[in-house]
Design a binder for this molecule. Structure first.
Ligand code: FE2
Ligand code: FE2
Length: 277
């Protein structure tokens, strides 16, 4: 098995400094194979917020894979948003909108689901495109056979009763069909500031995968009942174990929930014998 740390919705500009220091220390001490960051790096896509994000990422010693979120597009400046939505993200973080990581144990692809405009009145919604699905197929067709297959995307595939009205990702069915065909094991996302995971498959049928949400890891923009947290994930092609590490007010990240899944012929299913600690 290998270890992936999944952090999300950092929202620099609204970050809680004690958590930033504790997170850097834990990541560097634990040395996961990869740190996946599922978007909303900043609060308002301002230069100082991107600079703070860049400085934070530079202090992490493991490899890091980052995708942007809707907060990383400047929504306070419509001209900038429409003409150069990713300029600051590209300058401070990365210009790579298909970030990937490959090893004998892990094949991870990041996709940008945030958009410069939306047909909905709520421009925070995101979607994926057919072109991105072509890249998913291409990337995973070249993955090592024993590598766990992971997609990282900001917008959620799971609706949640606490945040009714915040839509799931656009073209969800198209994406789930593609991920199933590419034998994706795990999908990581954020946006709702709620930690949650479940198995899912395309409505048309096909292989199930595990969809895991992370809450906001660092910001004070909390949903009631959900602490700051991140997901510490142990994974191979047979088992996935997600330990949710919640910030407790005694000043540290602690295990607060464990979810486990195992692979069957149809894909992934919960491992009930191991569902709770
Ligand atoms: Fe967010
Ligand atoms: Fe978001």
């Amino acid at each position: 098995m290998t270890t992936v740390y999944h952090i999300s919705d950092l929202h620099f500009g609204r970050e809680r400094q004690p958590l930033v220091r504790a997170l850097i220390e834990e990541i560097n001490d634990s040395a996961p194979e990869l740190v996946a960051v599922s978007g909303d790096l900043t609060q308002s896509a301002r230069r100082r917020e991107f600079a703070a994000t860049r400085d934070f990422l530079a202090q992490l010693t493991p490899p890091v894979l980052v995708v942007p979120g809707n907060h990383d597009v400047p929504d306070w400046d419509v001209i900038r948003r429409l003409l150069r939505p990713w300029r600051r993200y590209g300058r401070y973080i990365t210009e790579d909108m298909y970030p990937s990581y490959s090893s004998p144990t892990l094949a991870v692809l990041g996709l940008n689901s945030a958009r410069r405009w939306s047909p909905h009145t709520d421009w925070s919604r995101g979607r994926l495109s057919p072109r991105q699905m072509d890249e998913v197929e291409r990337f995973f067709s070249g993955a090592e056979p024993d590598a766990a297959r992971v997609v990282v995307v900001h917008h959620p595939f799971i609706a949640h009763e606490l945040v009714i009205g915040r839509g799931v990702i656009g073209r969800k069915e198209m994406a789930l069909q593609c991920f199933g065909q590419s034998q994706v094991d795990l999908m990581l996302s954020g946006h709702l500031h709620i930690h949650h995971s479940e198995t899912m498959a395309a409505e048309a049928g096909g292989r199930t995968l595990v969809a895991a949400q992370a809450a906001t890891t660092l910001s004070d923009r909390l949903v009631a009942g959900y602490a700051n947290s991140f997901n510490a994930i142990e994974i191979d092609r047979e088992r996935i174990r997600i330990d949710i590490r919640c910030w407790l007010d005694d000043g540290g990240f602690r295990d607060c929930e464990r979810l486990q899944y195992r692979r069957s012929a149809a894909g992934w299913e919960p491992d009930p014998a191991r569902a709770h600690r």
